[in-house]
Each structure stands twice: as C-alpha cells, then as structure tokens.
Design a protein around this ligand. Structure first.
Ligand code: NAI
Ligand code: MG
Length: 326
C-alpha cells in the first residue's frame, strides 16, 4: 500500500455526461490540498462503447491491479442499452477486483452515519435462472448468495470502522423472514461483536431502519447490511442528508486497489450546462485520500465542503470555492 513516501498511482475514469466535469473539480481540490497523484487516464463508458464497442477489457483490469486507487466520475449514455455498462464495466470491475465493501458516509449538520454494504454477494451475485421462459408457466428465481467468509469480512470491517468513530454498529437485515441468510448474518455479527467488547451493537429490520433513518437518524453510527438492502437504504440515506449532489462512495478491497465515485450518474439532462454539483465527487476524492493514507488532506477537504448550502454557482465555481476554503 502506498504512503507519504511514494507516489499514489491512481486510474482516472471521467466517463460520460457530467462525469469528466466533476472529476476535474475533484482532482483540482486534491491538488490544492497538497496531494500529488501519479495519474493514468482511461477513456471508458457509454460514449467509448458507442465509438468502438469496448466496455472493459481484461488487459485494463490487469493494469488496474497495479494501481492504488481508481477515481470514477459516472458512466452511462442515452443510446446504450440499459444494463450493458452497469454489468460490463461497474459490476465486472467490482467482482474482478473483489471490491467487497461499499462504504457511503452521510454527513450533514443533523446526520453523521456511514453505511457498510456488502458489495459482492446476496441477490446481486447472479444466482438463479429461468424455467419454461416465455410460456404461461414461466418461472424466474433469483437466489441470495451469502458466504460465511464474505459476511464476516464485511462485518469485521464495520467493527473496525466503528472503533474510529462513535463505537456503535447496527446490523440491518430482515431476519424474521429471511431465516437462512438472516441467520448467517446474525450469528456472524454476534460472533464478531464478541471480539469487540467496547463496541455497542444494535439490530434493525430493514423496514424499521427506513423509518428511523427519516425520524431518528442520530441513533446510527455504523450500519452494516447486505447488498440489496444496502443499495436501497443508501439511496434513502442520500435523500435525507443533502441529496444527490453530496452523496459520495467508496468500493473497497481494504489494502488493495479500491474505487471511489460519486453516487450520482451521468445526468444527461444537465450535461454541458455547468449545473452539476461537484461536491459528491470531491467528497469521494476525500474517501480516496483516506485509502491512500492521506487522512489529513482528506479531513481538510471534508471541512472545506462543510455547510454545502453555501456552495452555489456553476460546477467550476463550486470547485473553486472549495479550493478557496482549504
Ligand atoms: P443521475 O444520477 O445521472 O441523475 C438523476 C437526477 O439527478 C437528474 O435530474 C440529474 O440532473 C441530477 N443530478 C445527478 N447528479 C447531479 C449533480 N452532481 N449535481 C446536480 N444534479 C445532479 O441518474 P439517472 O438519470 O437515473 O441516470 C443517468 C445515467 O447515469 C444513466 O445512463 C445511468 O445508467 C447512469 N448512472 C451511472 C451511475 C454510475 O456511474 N455509477 C450511477 C447511476 C446512474
Ligand atoms: Mg443504487
């Protein structure tokens, strides 16, 4: 892993639509915070696919394995069939690099919690299939894959993170109905919890979690949950804590190359208008700096993004304002 004494090798994927614009602001802020990156740029996304049919080849993935981090904007073009880029680029990368943690912080004046979502298993692992497809008797199944190893490494990461925060982890699942997957998660959670006597724990069913996230978010510090529940509750978390312009994320394989991106997409409705808020990309850059061992710079960037309502103007004006506050 890299540290202050060697250069951070980072792959840059601006992608489509507003992606390149917000990434440019993120890189501007990182440079202003005094962190030097050794960058390799990759032209990938829907526009590239439309040009020459390339989504993500295996040679590129092999190059990425030698990097410390990947910094993404957003991918997706109107003329590309839905799912093609998601599966062929984002999911392919996630599985190939085993980015098993999806981490999303939610911070405003009234919120400060982080969701740790398992990122490689559950109902998103691709288990299932059709029987008698396109007949009146058609059957579709979509199983949830939960391995002890996969659940444990995710839960363990959540407890380690809680040690650096307010010392509380909440498991979110639906153990009353999903009695097999939920049981594996609950047993694993309780066994790991026993190794962390100083960390307080809680449990919420996912539906109750949605109520608390709106009505009593202060109860949460670190939430750990499976892939599908995590996908859904992180969108809710974003909606109650500042919206899509602020939501940042990390796709992590701790100790190895990991990927950092704003939660939003390529926003074709506002592309080229200067309306894209770069704060989500800037905050994703701060998460990347944490991963690169540059936490001082990351904390300064987060502080500079504080009070986001006061950050107004065009994409570059907001980037400049954040730089000005550093
Ligand atoms: P979107 O996130 O691109 O846009 C949703 C709405 O939020 C739009 O009204 C947009 O203008 C607004 N918005 C998004 N980011 C913003 C920002 N930084 N500042 C201000 N407003 C912002 O989601 P949508 O429209 O569902 O998808 C558009 C394309 O992006 C699709 O091709 C989709 O597949 C792709 N996408 C890619 C993602 C990724 O790269 N990880 C994630 C989500 C969508
Ligand atoms: Mg989602």
């Amino acid at each position: 892993m890299s540290n202050e004494s060697n250069l951070h090798r980072v792959g840059i994927v601006g992608g489509d639509g507003i992606g390149p614009d917000v990434v440019a602001e993120g890189l501007k802020v990182i440079a202003a915070a005094g962190v030097e990156l050794q960058m390799s740029h990759y032209d990938l996304g829907g526009d590239r696919y439309l040009r020459d049919g390339v989504v993500l080849d295996d040679a590129t993935i092999e190059e990425w394995r030698e990097l410390d981090a990947l910094y993404f904007g957003a991918v997706g073009s109107l003329d590309v069939p839905p799912g093609l880029i998601e599966r062929g680029l984002l999911l392919k990368m996630r599985f190939a690099l085993d980015l098993y943690i999806n981490q999303r912080p939610f911070v405003t004046e009234s919120h400060d919690f982080v969701v740790i979502r398992e990122n490689t298993e559950g109902t998103y692992a691709g288990e299932g299939g059709f029987l008698r497809k396109n007949t009146p008797e058609e059957i579709a199944t979509q199983g949830s894959v939960n391995t002890r190893r996969g659940v444990e490494r995710c839960v363990r990461y959540a407890f380690e993170l809680a040690k650096t925060r307010r010392g509380h982890v909440t498991l979110v699942h639906k153990t009353n109905v999903l009695t097999f997957a939920g049981d594996l998660w609950e047993r694993t959670f309780n066994e790991v919890a026993a190794e962390y006597p100083d960390i307080d724990t809680g449990y919420n069913h996912v539906d109750a979690c949605c109520i608390y996230m709106v009505e009593d978010p202060g109860r949460f510090d670190v939430i750990v949950t499976d892939n599908l529940f995590g996908d859904i509750i992180t969108d809710l978390g974003g909606a109650v804590s500042g919206g899509i312009g602020l939501a940042s994320s990390a796709n992590l394989h701790p100790g190895s190359v990991s990927m950092f991106e704003p939660v939003h997409g390529s926003a074709p409705d506002i592309v080229g208008m200067g309306k894209a808020n770069p704060t989500a990309a800037v905050l994703s850059g701060a998460l990347m700096l944490d991963h690169l061992g540059e936490s001082d710079a990351a904390d300064r960037i987060r502080a500079a993004c504080g009070d986001p309502e006061s950050l107004t103007g065009t994409t570059t004006e907001i980037g400049d304002a954040i730089v000005g506050r550093l």
